[in-house]
Design a protein around this ligand. Structure first.
Ligand SMILES: Nc1c(O)cccc1[N+](=O)[O-]
Length: 244
């Protein structure tokens, strides 16, 4: 998978050089290219923003640098086009399902907005030749899209074949598809500062351990995410109906 990221703070994306994503890039599983949007400005101040039409506070990112950057890095007459992801609070909620969907793409491009956002014509013009998806990582206010890109790239990259050592671990994680939050985990020592590891986990009885883990997943989901529990219950009912 090729990933292109456009930002006025390319150093913010340095985190993509470390850990899981960095290893994937070094092993050739990922081709990560970070671009400084200001490289496509032509004035001495390397201007990327201007006042909003219609008034209002803040500044809007000018369309020209984006258009020139996209033309340069992913030309319209090229053999293929990426899927463009624009992090924005007004976007489609990012989820594990969307991470799987994006992990199936051969080429992703991310446009990191700043200020009050990117001129709306940038996405509209890009959509003339590539799929554009505006995505939100959550209902809170950030100063730009860079941190959202770091979140999405990590969630996507770990789904690519060969990136994580034990693919089986993907199956038991929260939001991994069974619909429940994952159970609590423990390791040595068996007792620590007056806290004991649940005895069942020391029993060696794999059936009891599996039952305890499921019960813990259901309990945690009921406490913290009743919305997920309801959806999980509905999916079980649907499976039962399909089987009967
Ligand atoms: N929430 C937010 C933002 O405030 C600015 C850029 C991107 C996002 N987001 O992806 O959720």
């Amino acid at each position: 998978m090729r990933l292109d990221v456009f930002s006025i703070f390319p150093e913010y994306l340095a985190a993509l050089d470390v850990s899981l994503v960095g290893k994937a890039a070094k092993s050739g599983l990922l081709d990560v290219r970070v671009h400084d949007l200001r490289d496509w400005t032509h004035d001495r101040h390397r201007t990327v923003d201007d006042t909003p039409y219609g008034g209002g506070a803040g500044m809007v990112m000018k369309p020209e640098p984006w258009g020139e950057a996209f033309d340069s890095v992913m030309p319209g007459d090229g053999p293929s086009q990426p899927r463009l992801i624009v992090p924005t609070p007004a976007g489609r909620p990012f989820s594990q399902d969307l991470a799987y969907e994006l992990a199936a793409e051969p080429w992703l491009a991310f446009a990191c907005g700043r200020y009050e956002g990117i001129d709306g014509r940038v996405a509209a013009h890009a959509a003339e030749r590539m799929q554009v998806t505006e995505v939100s990582i959550g209902d809170y206010v950030l100063n730009g899209g860079e941190v959202a890109v770091l979140v999405m790239v990590e969630a996507i990259a770990r789904l690519l074949p060969g990136v994580i050592g034990n693919p089986e671990s993907l199956a038991e994680e929260s939001h991994s598809g069974h619909g429940l939050l994952e159970y609590p985990v423990y390791t040595k020592p068996p007792a620590w500062r007056g806290h004991e590891v649940p005895e069942v986990l020391l029993s060696g009885n794999h059936k009891l351990i599996a039952e305890w883990r499921h019960e813990e997943s259901v309990r945690r989901t009921a406490e913290r995410r009743p919305d997920l529990l309801a959806a999980w219950g509905s999916s079980l009912a649907a499976e039962d109906d399909a089987a009967s």
